[in-house]
Design a protein around this ligand. Sequence first.
Ligand code: ZN
Length: 136
Amino acid sequence: MTKIELIEKIWKGIWRVGLTFYLLRLGLGGASILLSEKIKDEKQLENILIEESSKLNLNNKKISARFGKASLGTGSSTKLPDGHYKIILDDLGRNRATLKHELYHIYKNQFNHNFFEYFFIDEVQATLYESLNIKL
Ligand SMILES: [Zn+2]
């Protein structure tokens, strides 16, 4: 095997592992969203926000959540310059799992991360928490 062939082989391997990893994450995330409690109105959203925030000891943080158009996927969370946090749940994200996912990003302060940190660490951690309550 030449050096080039070896590099190609390793590269293909990395892609396969990455793809498998991604598909598992999508599957886990998808399953948790399907099985999760749906949130039908603002009142319920407010109650679940309080309940889930306290599980992560986030009661001291200012967090607001609303239904709307998320920038990416089923939900989004942003840290505002004044230190407040804003969560938006998209139509597909109107459920407890997505809210837990976004709260986990806040809990771990996963903002301003680069693509690799976001994709391979933050998203995996938040997905494990939303679906299996695992805190990594
Ligand atoms: Zn996420």
